[in-house]
Ligand binder design. Structure first.
Ligand SMILES: [Zn+2]
Length: 488
């Protein structure tokens, strides 16, 4: 989810779309327990296909393949920011593993940004009521793309603003040379109530655009309150529009401290952030086909992104997404099920730092988008799946219902209508008219860990990852093997 454009896109998805669960048709027999299948549903999902989908689901629920993959990617390889040695090692690992499963694997080369974190420290050096000879430590982290302070750091007064309007009202004279601090809180109540991506969207605007807005008024540096619901003094990194000034995120706890002291009088900070932007590097999308035996030219994409932020090890964002896409192929091979259309597993590069991987895929493959039948991405964590966000016609959504019914026993049968592509890496495919699906995970705790040092393997519950693998594999195979290609 994050640009960490994935996450940003999901944000906008939540903000800009009106989400409706698909309403089932009323049963023909009002006393019947299930709606009657429509003729199009019956034609596309004959009994033998439903049997196969049930066997895939059952196999997924006892298969630890995806867990072993995400364990290797996160623990043996580690954090995978664009341009890093680990990103390349993860690409090589995923490619080798998919070759071992018998897929036809290509690496698609892409130029990616290469930004590396440096020292990141800060302290308040002047504030109301300060005990002589003391300072208050501030826990923070640099945002992706931040420039560096001098090695010895910089000292400046802090200007606290709650929103862009307040910044504008201050104007250049009161901002120039200062450290602007955006104190937009993450709405924990919304998140706890199941609307975490809306909370994320509201707060992440400041992470994404705040530093640039501050730089435009002459600020020396910009800080934002960490986006997310982490409350163990964990800072949250992520993409920020390049602003040409040092930019960071302070923990929610330290955001409160700065705001409280700022309300009492002048606050001065000493800030040291020394990240470096290195020359662009070479990265790769992994594209692995399990060829269709009837319509190999028709493609169903199952995917996640292999790059991650550097603070944690990228388990829920998004090692899990790659691992369950890999398992979709593994399950079909294990069960000797042959896709009629091509199942294409993609591990996208550079979702977090600009989306260069999906841009390269679009450049190289857009001529084939008319034969892309559907695209699925998982980039909203690894918690229990409720179903899918879907951007497709109502007709297509109705035809897919039998596949969702297979997932009802694990609670993953929601198809929530989306007017925005339900995944950053599949956005261009979706925008070309291809039906697109994003796995809809329970997001209530996702932003406790997302983009923090705590995005690690232990946050994945193996049984919930198996449910996600079931959802990806059942939907992927339904799309490759339903009688007709899913209509647009
Ligand atoms: Zn992500």
């Amino acid at each position: 989810m994050t640009k960490s454009f994935v996450c940003l896109n999901l944000l906008f998805l939540s903000l800009l779309t009106t989400a409706h669960a698909q309403q089932p048709k009323p049963p023909a027999n009002p006393f019947g327990s299930l709606p009657q299948a429509t003729p199009a549903q019956q034609e596309n999902f004959p009994p033998h296909l439903i049997e196969e989908l049930n066997s895939i689901k059952a196999a997924a629920l006892t298969d630890d393949y995806a867990y072993h993959q995400v364990a290797h990617i996160t623990e043996n390889i580690g954090p995978r920011p664009s341009g890093s040695l680990q990103a390349k090692a993860a690409v090589d690992y995923v490619a080798a593993e998919l070759r071992r499963l018998g897929l036809d694997v290509q690496l698609e080369e892409v130029k990616v940004p290469h930004w590396v974190r440096g020292v990141e420290t800060a302290e308040l050096t002047e504030y109301s009521g300060q005990a002589a000879g003391t300072a208050q430590k501030i826990v923070l982290t640099a945002l992706g793309g931040s420039t560096s302070t001098p090695v010895e750091g910089l000292s400046a007064d802090v200007v606290v603003v709650n929103n862009f309007d307040e910044l504008k009202l201050l104007g250049h004279d009161k901002v120039a040379g200062k450290i602007v601090f955006f104190n937009e809180p993450f709405d924990k109540q919304k998140a706890a109530a199941g609307m975490a991506f809306m909370s994320y969207g509201e707060a992440v605007l400041y992470r994404a655009a705040g530093p640039k807005a501050a730089a435009d008024l002459g600020a020396a540096a910009a800080l934002v309150r960490s986006v997310g619901s982490a409350d163990f003094r964990l800072p949250h990194t992520g993409f920020s529009v390049p602003a040409g000034i040092p930019a960071g995120a302070v923990t929610a706890e330290d955001a409160d401290l700065i705001a409280h002291l700022g309300a009492q009088g002048n606050v001065r900070m000493h800030l040291t952030l020394t990240p470096q932007k290195l020359p662009d590097a070479t990265g790769y999308n992994v594209i692995a086909d399990l060829k269709g035996n009837e319509h190999p030219e028709q493609v169903v994409v199952v995917s996640g992104h292999i790059d991650s932020w550097d603070l944690g090890t990228g388990a829920i964002d998004d090692g899990a997404g790659v691992a369950i896409a890999m398992e979709a192929a593994e399950l079909l091979q294990k069960l000797h099920l042959h896709p009629k259309r091509t199942l294409r597993v993609i591990a996208w590069m550079d979702e977090e730092s600009g989306g260069a991987g999906s841009a390269a895929y679009t450049k190289d493959h857009s001529a084939d988008f008319p034969s892309h039948v559907a695209a699925i991405e998982s980039d909203a964590g690894a918690a229990h799946p409720l179903g899918f966000d879907g951007k497709m016609s109502a007709h297509a959504a109705e035809i897919l219902r039998p596949a969702l019914n297979v997932l009802q026993s694990i609670g993953a049968n929601v198809l929530r209508e989306s007017t925005y592509p339900p995944g950053a890496d599949i956005a261009a495919i979706s925008d070309s008219g291809v039906p697109a699906l994003g796995i809809l995970e329970d997001g209530r705790t996702y932003f406790h860990f997302h983009h923090t040092a705590a995005d690690t393997l232990d946050k994945i519950v193996p049984s919930e990852l198996r449910e996600n693998a079931a959802a990806m594999a059942v939907m992927g195979y339904a799309l490759t093997n339903m009688k007709n290609p899913l209509p647009r």
